[in-house]
Design a protein around this ligand. Structure first.
Ligand code: 13P
Ligand code: SF4
Length: 304
């Protein structure tokens, strides 16, 4: 059954000139039919160079918006209309503008997990893998980091020469994991290395052997000589790693590391999208796109 749907998707994406992008939090069966898999930023950059006129983004809304910002001439479809990122949608533009008033002269650094509306009032965008590099490279000494306080603190710790301010935002999935759970997992698997996403709480990240983006975690596990790992990010990554490296062992840091929004997209949704009958097309006002894309282009300029 799964194989039949996958074969249909592969046939239709070719005849309908569709490129499928899948964030690494998607299920194995969706990643198998994707043209590219990876982290949110890598996928948006990849979409710029593909020949297909339609791109289906299997992930959450801010990811599809980022693809649209960088590829305005393509038709961009979000795989499931209800798939949002609670962190990206936590604050509205008005709230960020009020905070900016309080921190005049600060560079507003926005995590890529933000809406186009928030990017439009930010100075530079960062991803979990480029945040330290970009915050170090920008000329401003004072930085207002939005919206993820955990990622922000992780970055600030590595750049003590700069001054950071934060807002109380974050990922409800990653930030829900406490340090007790991390210590318990380490005690249960004493030979395993703990690899976490910096969206986790500061205390959890501090106990980790590595902190980085979803792609960073996968690369670390691939290259490491170690054979056991506790994975502190969405549990789809545990599944992908176990498929890729059957001789290594991967344990979830917590059974609660499940992003409900990322789980919304099914293989059938992907089929509906390539048939032109599913998902939701991202329509973005050109004025908004131009203001929002500026902070992404700035990140690229600073080597993100
Ligand atoms: P990456 O940018 O590392 O893929 O992370 C996206 C995300 O939503 C993490 O929770
Ligand atoms: Fe957003 Fe967290 Fe889900 Fe990532 S895991 S998409 S940050 S809610």
């Amino acid at each position: 059954m799964v194989k039949d749907i996958q074969d249909k998707i592969i046939r239709l994406k070719q005849s309908n000139d569709v490129c499928i992008l899948a964030h690494s939090y998607m299920s194995e069966e969706i990643c198998e039919v994707a043209d590219f898999t990876g982290d949110s930023y890598a996928l948006a950059v990849k979409a710029m160079s593909v020949s297909q006129k339609t791109v289906v983004m299997c992930g959450v809304r801010f990811m599809a918006e980022t693809v649209k910002m960088l590829s305005p001439d393509k038709k961009v479809i979000l795989s499931h209309p209800d798939a949002g990122c609670p962190m990206a949608e936590q604050f509205d533009r008005k709230y960020i503008e009020q905070i900016k008033d309080k921190y005049k002269g600060y560079a507003v650094v926005a995590y890529v997990n933000t809406t186009a509306d928030i990017k439009a009032v930010s100075d530079v965008c960062v991803t979990s893998s480029s945040a330290v590099k970009i915050c170090r490279a920008i000329p401003e000494k004072n930085i207002l980091f939005i919206p993820d306080i955990n990622l922000g603190r992780y970055v600030a710790e590595q750049i003590p020469e700069k001054h950071f301010e934060f807002i109380a935002g974050g990922c409800p999935v990653h930030s829900n994991i406490g340090v007790e759970e991390a210590l318990k997992a380490k005690a249960a698997h004493p030979s395993a290395l703990l690899l976490v996403h910096p969206e986790c709480n500061h205390e959890v990240t501090a106990t980790a052997d590595y902190a980085g983006s979803t792609s960073g975690i996968m690369e670390f596990a691939a290259k490491s000589e170690n054979s056991e790992f506790i994975i502190g990010t969405e549990n789809a990554i545990v599944q992908h790693l176990q498929f890729k490296f059957p001789d290594k062992k991967f344990y979830p840091l917590s059974k609660n590391l499940i992003c409900a929004d990322m789980k919304l997209t099914t293989l059938q949704d992907v089929l509906n999208c390539v048939q032109g009958a599913g998902g939701q097309e991202i329509i973005m006002d050109e004025e908004l796109r131009l203001s929002a894309v500026k902070c992404i282009l700035k990140m690229i300029e600073y080597g993100g």
